[in-house]
Write a protein that binds this ligand. Structure first.
Ligand code: GLC
Length: 722
């Protein structure tokens, strides 16, 4: 009887617990950690339950939060699951959330923060993609803005309603950082102060990249490379997808089809190409395979709760997974790159690192597509031990940190290039990204703009889609539309899934080949400007590609525009498909960069902002050629007859720029009478740009007419207009 009573009591307790409303958790500490950045710590917060994997380092409170500070979170706990809510007042446009599908403007949207291999962004779970950015940017009616970081990697849901932002995690309490500044640009700088910025990539990474799953043999790779050169279509990098490996074993080469990677890479280098090779995290369980053996010897694998190695299926079949939360594992992983990179590999592509696991043999409602949530990670150093539910969203970010270190150690002189599919807010410090397995469909083509814009508004400036669409066949029409504006996204790569039609720029007949050439020539001409934007991004955290509302954050018309976009603050790109885009006010003149770009209907329209000078180079086939031969300054005067701009330049590959071995030139133009005089108004850095700059010329775009002149850095350029 007593037993039965006890049982009834327990059942009652269980029922009442699970129906208990969320408990409000008071704020234990709050304070200012940097200019206009406040941190809020809930009572009971324990960093051994929620370590910070997002912030660059620890931040000390330096002052109390001012009394008038409006944005304060309300924390709560429900069944050990922590949430934070912000009530919003007034008309606020919401953005951010990192890698998301759907529109740029995020009012009324929700996303699940659980890194997922979600090919074609499936309709039922389209709210989950490969990355996690617990970050919201809000822009008020007056153009002032705020940003919120929920500093947690636990599985979570982020809801951005116009009157309320809710972040509900499935884990322990976390800190919240709030940035409140006078513009969205200033808020993004604040995000960069907390999470760091992208390092300068090598110049070649800004060129066009050609990929396919897979160019299956050396011969095929060589023929693709040669075709680019024969057809004079600019390209900097050829990518090796998984079939270069021996049975999909990472860090190996297929003996039959890629017998001599060193010679292949050397030969491609001679043609001005770089090579990027894929490395996945799953290591084939095979006692005859050195990587698996050394991983086992170093005890690096993720284990199940019962202590046995966790195995999951990826391309090679059963795989073991490095537990990247352990410093030992990261060191071991970094070390694997040494010999691999010595074959002359230039860049690394880390994929499937959500981590994705194929568990399709399980009944549908048991499939997780990754490790079981309770799988333990051992941690070490700054990271506590914790379950997969905590570390899943950080798995890719920890992996790319280790990859990056390994690549740098293999060649300390060179800036690395790493592309990753999975990542976490702040992960721009370690790798660039692309938007995963999109579909060859106009809907996905149009999504490329808001997706990359949103990544840029979430700290990641270096992103782009698989141009043309990865899954399914691509029509010539779709390719032409896509390359016509895709060429202006920060990361520009064509890619195609196994079994789909050829998707190289020449694969759709001669007319579209010409369209592709024009599109890529435009990108290559713009590289000096793009490189300058990348430098700016590295310095400040501002995106390379921005939404048009950045031109005037107070102009409500622009808030939801996500067809047209800006590159930096001087160039407006309007894709050919754009219907009635909301464009910024003021003077914006057509910019023509190469012959045919105005008459080809597929090319995006380009507009230079009044008051701007845009540095452009020569059309080259790769960045190994002299890009600044000549350097052309496109000048568009403002109403007062003035313009300004800048150029960042350096040696392209090395770290010397960090020690001042770069060149930053500021240009100014002023019209007096009929003459526009363009001068170098300031010059900093030790890099002798004269080595590269073979000639200097200017094109003044004045009331739709263009006027040309040439000169040199010392004396400037005088252009006579009518
Ligand atoms: C994944 C990647 C894709 C790649 C393929 C084969 O689906 O997202 O880009 O081509 O794996 O490695």
């Amino acid at each position: 009887m007593i037993r039965i009573n006890r049982l009834i009591f327990f059942v009652f307790l269980l029922l009442s617990c699970s129906t208990l409303d969320a408990q409000i958790v008071p704020i234990k500490a709050s304070g200012i950690v940097a200019r206009s950045i406040a941190v809020f710590t809930p009572a009971g917060f324990d960093r051994s339950e929620t370590p910070s994997l997002i912030l660059k380092h620890k931040f000390q409170i330096t002052a109390p939060v001012p009394k008038g500070w409006k944005l304060r979170p309300q924390f709560s706990l429900n069944d050990e699951k922590a949430s934070a809510v912000f009530d919003l007042k007034g008309e606020i446009s919401l953005y951010g959330g990192g890698e998301v599908t759907g529109p740029l403007l995020r009012n009324g949207q929700s996303i699940e923060l659980w890194n997922t291999d979600n090919g074609a962004y499936g309709t039922d779970n389209g709210k989950r993609l490969y990355q996690t950015h617990p970050w919201v940017l809000g822009v008020r009616k007056d153009g002032t803005a705020f940003g919120i970081i929920f500093d947690s990697s636990w599985k979570a849901v982020l809801i951005t309603n116009s009157d309320k932002i809710e972040y509900s995690s499935e884990g322990a309490l976390f800190k919240v950082y709030v940035i409140d500044r006078r513009s969205p640009q200033e808020v993004l700088k604040g995000l960069a102060e907390l999470t760091g910025t992208m390092e300068m990539p090598p110049l070649w990474a800004l060129g066009y990249h050609q990929c396919r799953f897979s160019y299956g043999s050396e011969e095929k790779v060589r023929s693709i490379a040669s075709t680019f050169r024969e057809k004079k279509i600019p390209c900097d990098a050829i990518w090796m997808d998984i079939d270069y490996m021996e049975g999909f074993r990472v860090f190996t080469f297929n003996k039959k089809n890629f017998p001599d990677p060193k010679t292949l890479n050397d030969d491609l280098h001679k043609q001005g190409f770089k090579t990027v090779y894929m490395i996945d995290p799953g290591v084939k369980v095979d006692s005859g395979y050195s990587v698996y053996r050394s991983g086992t010897a170093n005890d690096v694998w993720v284990k199940q709760p019962n202590g046995k190695e966790y195995h999951g299926k990826v391309w090679p079949g059963d795989c073991a997974f490095p537990d990247f939360t352990m410093p030992r594992t990261r060191n071991w992983w970094s070390g694997l790159y040494k010999n691999f990179m010595q074959t002359g590999i230039d860049g690394i592509w880390n994929d499937m690192n959500e981590p994705a696991v194929n568990d399709n043999e399980l009944p549908a409602d048991h499939r997780l597509g990754t490790m079981p949530y309770t799988t333990p990670h051992r941690g070490g150093g700054d990271l506590p031990a914790g379950p997969h539910l905590l570390y899943h969203n950080a798995y890719g970010r920890l992996m790319v940190e280790a990859s990056r270190e390994g690549i740098i150690a293999a060649d300390p002189e060179k800036r690395p290039f790493v592309l990753t599919r999975a990542n976490l807010l702040g992960g721009q410090r370690f790798a660039a990204t692309w938007t995963g397995d999109n579909l060859a469909d106009p809907r996905f083509m149009k999504l490329s703009v808001p997706m990359s814009l949103t990544l840029g508004l979430s700290g990641q400036p270096f992103s782009g889609p698989d141009i043309g669409g990865f899954l399914e066949n691509t029509s010539g029409e779709l390719w032409a539309q896509w390359i016509g504006f895709g060429t202006f996204l920060p990361f520009a790569r064509g890619h195609a899934c196994a079994g789909t039609n050829d998707k190289e720029p020449w694969a759709f007949g001669s007319a579209i080949e010409r369209t592709s050439r024009i599109a890529l020539e435009r990108r290559y001409r713009l590289l000096p400007y793009l490189y300058t934007l990348f430098y700016n991004s590295y310095k400040t955290g501002l995106p390379v590609m921005s939404p048009v509302f950045f031109d005037d954050p107070g102009d409500m018309r622009l808030r939801s525009e996500d067809q047209a976009f800006l590159l930096g603050n001087k160039l407006l790109v309007v894709p050919a498909y754009a219907k009635d885009p909301a464009l910024p006010k003021g003077v914006w003149e057509n910019l023509s960069l190469v012959e045919g770009d105005r008459s080809d209907a597929y090319q995006a329209k380009l507009f230079i902002k009044g008051g701007s000078i845009i540095p452009a180079g020569k059309v080259v086939q790769s960045t190994t050629e002299d890009l600044l031969a000549p350097l052309t300054l496109f000048v568009c005067l403002d109403a007062k007859g003035k313009a300004s701009g800048e150029l960042y330049w350096d040696a392209g590959q090395s770290w010397a720029y960090k020690k001042g071995d770069h060149s930053l030139l500021k240009f100014e133009a002023i019209k007096k009478g009929k003459t526009v005089k363009i001068i170098v108004s300031s010059r900093t850095g030790n890099y002798k740009i004269e080595k590269d700059l073979k000639a200097l010329q200017a094109v003044v775009i004045d009331k739709r007419m263009t006027y040309r002149g040439s000169g040199d850095l010392k004396n400037g350029i005088s252009v006579v207009t009518r």
